[in-house]
Design a protein. Structure first.
Length: 391
């Protein structure tokens, strides 16, 4: 590609753009003018910044020039995009350094603060200066790129690294019924029977014909219970160590479960399931909205989703945090963060937004005398619910 410059301005930068454009052509550049036009008296600079950014991202232009009243709005917008390094320059020396040290690819100009002739000198300097390629500058630019990609990754990732590493530290204890996962082993019979009862009631088909995905399957306690009744079970978890434990335990007990180390957001939604389980997992994830959306996308029409978690109430703070972690020592201190607990109404909203109808909800309560978990009407602390995908 011979050097192509994509240029855009808002109304405040229009006049300067009209000066710069023919100037670029006299310098030998091919120019793509992305607006605005003369008759547009009041436009919004983000709309024009994006057009130039797209030209660079799609390799239709080598450089971009963005002009608004101050240059600030244009540079702010352009720098939100990965692969774009936009600089607002108001003198020739800084422009030279922006290219030599910063390898900037978009020049922003503030038309209200930069005289036309100076603007032309800045443009020429920008386009005619090469990146120095010195290792110190390359190293700094690499760091800059990493910041962009890690923040981008965060907004599309649903697992929380701290939560995952908390679980990874307990990985050796998954199948020790008296170890750190004792509460899950104690709770497992009641949640298993609730899920199976609701599947039978709502699906009315042979369990052996159903496919189920256990999201956040951990060491496989619940996945195995589901597989034992004949359901075709797959389990996924973002903690690699959990998957290894789950795979080796299933092998040991002769169960055929397809485990995979992957996050729900990374899983292809080509394969759909009759049942998706989000059991004791939603309180550990980030971007719950995305997590729920992705999980629900994996359901077949009329598929069922089961979610269990802990309500965010004063009672749950007393029982699930103070009681379970500090008094009874059921769980290591810090296992749960009360602020991450979710009210049933919050879960119900996510279901509704994703075309799922709430079918049933029940509380789960520990009976200290009988030393067992029972279903209860109160959803103040632990609860489980079931929704069905609308067809
Ligand atoms: C438009 O009046 C003005 O706000 C805009 O051109 C720019 O200066 C924003 O940064």
């Amino acid at each position: 590609m011979s050097d192509v410059v994509s240029i855009a301005s808002d109304h405040a930068g229009y006049e300067l753009k009209s000066e710069i454009k023919p100037y670029l052509e006299t310098l030998g550049y091919k120019v793509v003018d992305q607006g605005c036009a003369a008759e547009q008296k009041c436009v919004d600079y983000p709309d024009y910044a994006v057009k130039v950014v797209e030209d660079i991202t799609n390799k239709k232009a080598n450089y971009g020039i963005l002009i608004c009243g101050t240059g600030l709005g244009m540079s702010t917008v352009a720098n939100r995009f990965e692969g774009i390094h936009a600089v607002l320059c108001n003198n020739v020396e800084i422009t030279k350094l922006a290219r030599e040290h910063g390898n900037a690819n978009v020049l922003c100009l503030g038309a209200r603060f930069t005289a036309n002739e100076l603007a032309k000198d800045i443009v020429k300097q920008f386009l005619e200066t090469e990146f120095s390629k010195e290792s110190r500058h390359k190293k700094r630019l690499d760091k800059l790129c990493n910041i962009t990609s890690s923040s981008k990754k965060k907004s599309t990732q649903t697992y929380n690294e701290d939560e995952v590493s908390k679980l990874a530290r307990m990985v050796g204890e998954w199948w020790d019924e008296n170890g750190k996962f004792k509460p899950l082993h104690m709770m497992n019979p009641i949640r298993t029977s609730y899920i199976i009862e609701k599947i039978k009631e709502l699906k009315k088909s042979d369990l052996k014909e159903l496919s189920l995905l256990d999201v956040g399957c951990g060491g496989g306690i619940l996945s195995e219970s589901m597989a034992r009744v004949g359901i075709n079970v797959a389990g996924i978890d973002v903690c690699k160590e959990n998957i290894k434990v789950a795979q080796s335990h299933a092998k040991k007990v002769g169960l055929n479960i397809e485990y995979k180390h992957i996050g729900v957001e990374e899983l292809s939604n080509d394969k759909k399931y009759d049942v998706v389980l989000l059991i004791e997992v939603v309180e550990h994830v980030d971007n719950l909205e995305l997590f729920m959306k992705k999980a629900i996308e994996l359901l077949k029409p009329e598929g069922l989703i089961f979610i269990s978690t802990i309500n965010r109430t004063i009672k749950s703070f007393c029982l699930a945090i103070i009681g379970a972690e500090y008094v009874l020592n059921w769980l290591p201190k810090g296992t749960h963060n009360w602020n991450r607990f979710l009210k049933p109404s919050e879960i119900a909203n996510h279901l509704r937004e994703n075309n799922v109808t709430l079918q049933n909800m029940a509380g789960m309560e520990y009976n200290v005398i009988k030393r067992e978990w029972n279903l209860t009407q109160s959803v103040d602390v632990n609860y489980i619910l079931c929704g069905s995908m609308n067809s």
